[in-house]
Ligand binder design. Structure first.
Ligand SMILES: [Zn+2]
Length: 338
């Protein structure tokens, strides 16, 4: 018996895909079986929350206080568009009482997994609570919204409320405490919004152009009247073409833009190509600083909180583009810039 070799290899890859899928399902089931057989709820009585991003984990800690034990799957410098759950994550998710993710297709590689997890766990996509009128669409991203809503503190406040409501639904008897904690945190978020508005308004009008590695700053641009340009699109999954780099080099030269920004969760390769391209045309561009676009700063630092992340970005952008901001930011808590 003879088979065409292409048909044969096609059959093999099909079988191997099925095998891989079965293996993934078995891994999830085993993790669940292990957890269910060994425990029933947290020993310390705390609500176990697993959040995908650091920003959502921060909101959960602010609102939940001592009553929650929060774990973030994605740490500093991690790109949420590209992140896939690890085995350790699956175990943590299996143990969680509540899983909070962003949604709006931010966790593009985890979306199917999180949706199916929703059949066995309380799973909430907190950014999807935002009213549609507050969401921006994007030409690159047909029939989806731009997920980067944390860049505008006023929009982020809505996400904090969704986190609060998810915690209340799991612990109704702690409703008053969660409401009080959320109100207190939202007061800080509103102070942050006032600082960002006041500070970014000092950047000269012609310098209000923010050029970064990927399109994470559209909500920022809309909130503060900046033109934002990303080398890559909304998702970091797309490759930036040489044409796009050339186009942006011409724009830097023509508009006399002197500073561009790198992002902590995206490679700086394209930004460097841009700076070299401009230099070849006799225009000097410097790196205005590193921004926290899709992940916060190091755990345990001020920049590793939502307030610190946005304070850092605002202060860095303002100072690099000729505006007026205190070196150590809103409350003097930022790390000194070197
Ligand atoms: Zn992004």
């Amino acid at each position: 018996m003879k088979r065409a070799s292409s048909a044969h290899s096609h059959a093999m890859s099909w079988q191997s895909a099925i095998f891989k899928m079965a293996l993934a399902l078995a891994t999830i089931s085993m993790a669940f079986a292990l957890v269910f057989s060994s425990s029933g709820g947290a020993a310390d009585g705390k609500l176990r929350v697993v959040a995908t991003t650091g920003m959502i984990a921060d909101a959960s800690r602010q609102v939940g206080g001592d009553l929650v034990d929060v774990k973030a799957l994605m740490g500093p410098g991690v790109d949420p568009h590209a992140y896939r759950q690890t085995r350790t994550d699956i175990v943590a998710l299996a143990k969680a009482d509540l899983v909070l993710w962003h949604g709006l297709y931010l966790e593009a590689q985890m979306e199917d997994f999180l949706v199916s997890l929703g059949q066995r766990r309380k799973v909430v996509a907190v950014a999807e609570a935002l009213p549609k009128r507050l969401l921006l669409s994007h030409a690159d991203y047909a029939d989806k919204y731009d997920p980067h809503v944390w860049m505008d503190p006023k929009r982020w406040a809505e996400v904090v409320l969704a986190v609060r409501d998810a915690l209340i639904s799991e612990r109704p008897n702690a409703k008053a405490l969660f409401e009080a904690n959320a109100a207190q945190h939202l007061e800080d978020v509103s102070k942050l919004a006032a600082y960002t508005e006041r500070t970014l308004a000092t950047v000269p009008a012609e310098a209000r152009v923010l050029l970064t590695a990927h399109d994470a700053f559209n909500y920022f641009g809309e909130a503060y009247g900046f033109e934002v340009l990303g080398i890559q699109g909304i998702s970091t999954e797309s490759e930036a073409g040489l044409n796009r780099i050339r186009e942006l080099v011409d724009l830097l030269v023509a508009r006399n833009i002197g500073a561009v920004f790198v992002e902590s969760s995206v490679s700086d390769r394209n930004i460097k190509a841009l700076i070299e391209g401009a230099a070849a045309k006799g225009h000097t561009v410097r790196i205005g600083g590193e921004l926290f676009s899709d992940a916060m700063g190091r755990d345990g630092t001020y920049e590793g909180t939502y307030l610190g992340m946005i304070d850092h970005n605002t202060t860095t952008i303002t100072r690099a583009l000729g505006g007026d901001a205190p070196e150590r930011g809103m409350t003097g808590a930022l790390a000194a810039s070197s």
